[in-house]
Design a protein around this ligand. Structure first.
Ligand code: PGA
Length: 248
């Protein structure tokens, strides 16, 4: 059976004191989770989160990683640096990085490779804009995004990635893909994974992201190919994040 995963993406939110409250609130409500749970925190707070999560089931994630191993890359953070802080998951190719930092499919593929080489689990994000959906291009866009990653990783490594389907028009907007709209894309993404490695495709967790909240999580997570969520806004309130975990 596929491992379900609920991952919080804090984005550029938080402070030492707010994080302490949020992490202790989530840990307190998370004694025996029925799924894997992670929080992807801003880089400066990795040390704080590592300490706060030491005794908990909550796993630590980062929001980005350099494609390079080390060297003259001002401002970048390598996969081996993340590992030193107990990081297990790293988001790659989030649409905000694709849009605001011009990350191409090729760069996202190299970041995925860097994460895998270090032993991290990359959460590879794909998703179409509203314009692309309305033009009927959803499958083409997400296939291109996913296939650029699949082209560079080994077929054995397919089972080591997590995929997140995040329609750009649903992120932070309060608009959610309907469960059947999301399921359709998730099943399509799994079929793309299967071309590279049929057995691994059945094991890869495909998360939905984009305004997943306590009140819509149950329905989304009930779909056959939706194996969890990448949660932005609702991951910033312990009660909401816990309610989504409960919905699994
Ligand atoms: P949202 O963000 O839940 O606030 O829509 C999800 C994401 O961007 O990962």
């Amino acid at each position: 059976m596929r491992q379900k995963l609920i991952a919080g993406n804090w984005k550029m939110n938080g402070s030492l004191s707010a994080n302490a409250d949020l992490l202790s609130g989530v840990c307190a409500g998370l004694s025996q989770p029925h799924c894997e749970v992670a929080v992807c925190v801003p880089t400066p707070y990795l040390a704080q989160a590592q300490l706060a999560l030491a005794e908990s089931k909550l796993k630590l994630g980062a929001q980005d990683v350099s494609a390079h191993a080390a060297g003259a890359y001002t401002g970048e953070v390598s996969a081996s640096m993340l590992l030193e802080f107990g990081v297990q998951y790293v988001i790659v190719g989030h649409s905000e990085r694709r849009a605001y930092h011009s990350e191409s499919d090729a760069v996202v593929a190299q970041k995925t490779l860097a994460a895998l080489a270090a032993g991290l689990t990359p959460i590879v994000c794909v998703g179409e804009t509203l314009e692309q959906r309305e033009a009927g291009q959803t499958n083409d866009i997400v296939a291109n995004q996913l296939n650029s990653v699949l082209a560079v990783i080994s077929s054995d490594d397919v089972a080591r990635i997590v995929v997140a389907y995040e329609p750009v028009w649903a992120i932070g907007t309060g608009k959610t893909a309907t469960p059947s709209m999301a399921q359709e894309v998730h099943a399509f993404l799994r079929s793309q994974l299967a071309i590279k490695n049929a057995a691994a495709a059945q094991l890869v967790a495909i998360l939905y992201g984009g305004s997943m909240k306590p009140d819509n999580a149950g329905e989304l997570l009930g779909m056959a190919d939706i194996d969890g969520g990448l949660i932005g806004g609702a991951a910033l309130k312990a009660a909401d994040f816990l309610a989504i975990i409960q919905a699994v």
